[in-house]
Design a protein around this ligand. Structure first.
Ligand code: NAD
Length: 468
């Protein structure tokens, strides 16, 4: 078994405690996570602060070269990272699984490396010249979830270091190992202290969010945790980017072709076993095609193999952890008790892992937990509607606002509906597509700020206006 250590100032450091990380498909131990103390956190933040001094002054070309070198070193170890990710996270290596995730990490890193932040001239007249400069903020604390640990780590780390900040990343205690390995690799190609990793339980994240040495927190995770971070970060007035939970609605208009949309709807909901922030989590289908859409989704579900992620025939893996497994099971039981009709799935098989089958639940509505709450698992509630105006109101009747989608054979009509959905991203005849050049973020309870592209890079800077 590999020996995983926290990394501060370019060096692996021992911690007093370790905790087991288990494979959610088998229950076997994958490795030991170092459990860092608050003193370890102080030392790691100090190492990042020391490195900030020179990294913030490094030339733009040097920082760009470093980001390209990070992409290259990830690429050179892609298969090793994908395997470790599958073992600790559970997702299959194939399909939209761990190989795809590592590929995404490389693509986002290369794209972000190419971006730059030139000085903007706001005015250049006889009255004077005014310039807008963008400067690094300091030590960025990154706190990540367990669903896409490597890709999200690069979404946090790369724009931060590209803009001249240094980073202390804390992965989820459910999936810390691939992030430690990623940071080990990154440290082979960048100066010591620029990217540091610390691991431990949730309290470590709480300690980061009010740590005096951290100037900004970039957080991806659940909305309740985001709220706690925001409250605690207020004491030191940290900059914040919060990418939080979602309960994305998909609306199938009466003119949609059920056969044509079924695959897209299915994978919009079940990518990564539904453990995806911007997955389709509530499907609204017009009464006139409700039964046909349900039947098509059941047909697609029957073609998808769920199993151990190391088996290359698996398209979906287990739920990542017991807490999430129990939540998903409880939401389905509650829906069943409240009249929900289980079209497929709904009973977990006997297993050493947290396998929960693909589950489609018809005839549920608002007021049932499975519709109102984020399920974050392989379950989709399908809600019947008959009035398009009313369904828009209901789709928006949720505290979250991450993504949404409209399914129709009439693009203009779909776009009219899409523009009325309260969410940061909206898709037509697809759900959940993201790209490194397109800003991504939530509205309402789904977060603050943006990731990706130039907007995401700017989040890692403070501005200074210069009156010359
Ligand atoms: P979570 O909020 O439980 O944990 C996320 C991280 O926060 C972990 O590293 C955890 O250790 C840490 N943490 C826990 N308590 C903390 C505290 N009080 N202070 C600081 N840090 C703390 O979320 P999760 O279960 O790991 O992830 C699933 C959630 O993440 C879902 O709600 C999902 O929608 C959301 N998510 C959002 C996006 C997005 O881009 N909007 C992307 C992926 C996941």
């Amino acid at each position: 078994m590999n020996n995983y250590q926290i990394i501060a100032g370019g060096e692996a450091r021992e911690t007093d405690g370790y905790a087991e990380v288990k494979n959610p498909a088998t229950g076997e131990i994958v490795g030991l996570m170092p459990v860092a103390s608050l003193a370890d956190l102080d030392r790691t933040v100090a190492a990042a602060a020391e490195a900030f001094d020179s990294w913030s002054k490094a030339s733009d070309a040097d920082r760009q070269r470093a980001c390209f070198a990070i992409a290259d070193v990830i690429e050179a170890h892609a298969e090793e990272l994908a395997e470790l990710l599958t073992l600790e996270q559970g997702k299959p290596r194939n399909g939209l699984g761990s190989r795809w995730e590592i590929g995404g990490a490389i693509a986002w890193t290369r794209y972000t490396a190419l971006l730059d932040l030139p000085v903007e001239v706001l005015q250049d007249t006889n009255e004077g010249r005014v310039e807008l400069h963008r400067k690094p903020i300091g030590v960025v604390g990154s706190i990540t979830p367990w669903n896409f640990p490597v890709m999200i780590a690069t979404w946090h780390i790369i724009p931060a270091v590209r803009a001249g900040n240094t980073v202390v990343i804390k992965p989820s205690p459910f999936t810390p190992l691939a992030t430690i390995r990623l940071v080990e690799l990154i440290n082979q190609v960048i100066p010591p202290g620029v990217v540091n990793v610390i691991t431990g339980h949730d309290q470590l994240g709480a300690a980061m969010s009010n740590h005096k040495g951290i100037a900004k927190i970039t957080f991806t995770g659940s909305s309740p945790t985001g709220q706690k971070i925001m409250a605690s970060a207020a004491q030191t007035l940290k900059r914040l980017t919060l990418e939080l939970g979602g309960n994305d609605a998909g609306i199938v208009l009466p003119d949609a072709d059920p056969k044509q949309i079924a695959e897209g709807v299915f994978w919009g909901a079940f990518i990564n076993g539904g453990q995806t922030c911007a997955a389709l989590k509530r499907l609204y289908v017009h009464d006139s095609i409700y039964d046909t859409v349900c039947a098509e989704l059941v047909r697609v579900a029957g073609t998808v193999k769920m199993g151990n992620g190391m088996d290359d025939a698996s398209a979906l893996g287990p739920i990542q952890n017991e807490r999430q497994f129990n939540l998903v099971r409880d939401l389905v039981e509650d829906a069943r008790a409240r009249g929900g009709r289980i079209l497929v799935g709904g009973e977990a098989p006997e297993s050493d892992g947290y396998f929960y089958p693909i589950t489609l639940v018809a005839d549920v509505d608002h007021g049932v937990r499975l519709v109102d709450e984020e399920q974050f698992g392989p379950v989709l509630p399908i809600i019947r509607y008959s009035d398009v105006e009313e369904v828009i109101t209901r789709a928006n009747d949720n505290p979250n606002g991450l993504g949404g989608s409209v399914w129709s054979s009439n693009l203009d009509r779909a776009k009219d509906v899409a523009l009325r959905l309260e969410c940061g991203s909206v898709w037509i005849n697809k759900h959940g597509a993201i790209q490194p050049n397109v800003p991504f973020g939530g509205v309402k309870g789904s977060g603050l700020g943006l990731s990706f592209g130039l907007e995401g890079l700017k989040e890692n800077t403070v501005t200074q206006t210069v009156f010359c």
